[in-house]
Design a protein around this ligand. Structure first.
Ligand code: ZN
Length: 432
């Protein structure tokens, strides 16, 4: 039984120990490799160039001394670092994605390190209209003395998720070079492609991961931990109206576009929509509409942290449709519903020790845990559904998918400490 709050003297030592980090140099190398995902591609990876980083990671893992490495045709890289004890300790997996978002170009990224940041606006040299400012990013005010990394103004930085990649690679380095004498179990590292276009776990092989639980390293400010995300369904309402010649339509025509407009107008505006909700409130959101006189299709996305409430939200839409159709007796509708993803907490909450370990790991690293729900999906949600509980840990990403994306070297180093503490706390749980 793991006892939260237990403090190992060794871990205290780790938190005080000056690790010889390789993280900053790795991060600067990785962001300069263009790994932009292509949402219009049907191949895997969606852009072949993502494999440029996969190949570099394989070479760097070999250089660190990791021997069990596997890279597949999709650009995924799996690496296993053996345990160093005869005790039976289940593996933990740490995962990051190597692709960047297609929203902003990831070609020719020129990272700039702003050493010993002093709280001022950072004007990006290649486009001075791009400013990384504490007015826009309040967290920046807490980074005085940090080394802040930005892009140069014309591209994104790619901290999402090359921060996660660099953190995991530094962890591999530390396990083999700095902490090899401390007993621990096996660790699986996983780098995936195409997370940004929702295809990050499409080809993941859980047997190859072979871990008890995992973490994605793809998070925001220092201390953030997320073990909850939306449950999500897609919903299509197809309205079949009644067509007639416009010149002779009196008493005959039932216009499907007008029916659709009435349905949308009848949906709540002050609750249950993205514009009026935050934190743990769910919503229904019409995401697309297409049609003509005879047939109109409305597509919705349905979101809630409570999976069971998705049924209520679908019922609300269906009741609205039926109510509107009362005025159109010869028209009809069909409803198509698809499961998209589920709240990982449905799975993760069955393993409460994971959160206990994370909170202790952060406390030891002198970080205040900040547990935040994700109003979206993650690779971890997908992996949790496949059977690997997989919450998300901070990596210091800010302003993601934009030209003012930035990160802090010191916060990324704290993520390394947190991960190492998790590995050793997990081992102690099984050695006790
Ligand atoms: Zn990401």
């Amino acid at each position: 039984m793991y006892l939260p709050g237990y403090r190992s003297p060794f871990l205290f030592y780790i938190s005080k120990m000056k690790l010889d980090h390789t993280l900053k140099e790795r991060f600067l190398r990785y962001v300069q490799i263009d790994t932009e995902a292509d949402p219009f591609s049907t191949t895997s990876p969606s852009s072949e160039k993502q494999k440029d980083l996969s190949k570099l990671l394989v070479a760097e893992l070999e250089a660190i001394g990791v021997t069990d490495i596997y890279s597949d045709s999709h650009g995924y890289v799996y690496a296993k670092i053996k345990g160093n004890t005869s005790h039976e300790i289940p593996a933990i997996c740490f995962c990051a994605h190597i692709d960047t978002a297609p929203d902003v170009t990831g070609k020719d990224v020129k990272p700039i390190v702003h050493e010993n940041y002093q709280g001022t606006d950072i004007v990006l040299p290649d486009d001075p209209s791009q400013v990384v400012s504490p007015k826009k990013y309040a967290e920046l005010s807490n980074k005085i003395g940090h080394d802040i990394i930005t892009a140069s103004g014309k591209t994104l930085l790619g901290s999402d998720d090359k921060s996660g990649v660099a953190v995991i690679m530094d962890v591999a380095y530390q396990l083999i070079n700095s902490c090899s004498d401390k007993e621990r179990g096996p660790v699986t590292l996983l780098f995936t492609t195409d997370e940004e276009i929702g295809r990050g776990v499409e080809h993941v092989d859980l047997k190859r991961i072979n871990a008890a639980y995992g973490f994605t390293l793809d998070g925001g400010d220092i201390g953030e931990y997320s073990d909850e995300n939306f449950s999500a369904d897609g919903l299509k309402i197809i309205i079949d109206g009644l067509s007639a010649h416009p010149g002779y339509a009196k008493g005959k025509m039932e216009h499907s576009m007008k029916i659709a407009a009435k349905i949308l107008a009848a949906l709540p505006e002050d609750t249950l929509c993205p514009e009026a909700t935050d934190a743990k409130q769910g919503f229904v959101h019409p995401s697309d509409i297409e049609g003509g006189l005879e047939q109109t299709t409305i597509e919705f996305i349905i979101r809630d942290f409570e999976t069971a409430k998705l049924d209520d939200h679908v019922a609300l839409i269906e009741n609205t449709v039926q109510e509107v159709l009362k005025q159109y007796p010869r028209s009809s509708y069909t409803l198509e519903r698809q499961t998209q993803y589920r709240n990982m907490n449905d799975v993760v909450s069955q393993h409460s020790y994971i959160k206990d370990i994370v909170i202790d790991a952060m406390n030891i690293a002198q970080i205040e845990p900040n547990i935040v729900p994700i109003r979206g999906g993650t690779d971890g949600a997908g992996m949790s559904m496949l059977g690997l509980p997989c919450p998300n840990l901070f990596t210091g990403e800010h302003g993601v998918h934009s030209r003012t994306e930035w990160t802090s070297v010191q916060d990324m180093e704290k993520a390394v400490e947190t991960v190492l503490n998790i590995i050793f706390l997990h081992a102690e749980k099984h050695l006790a």
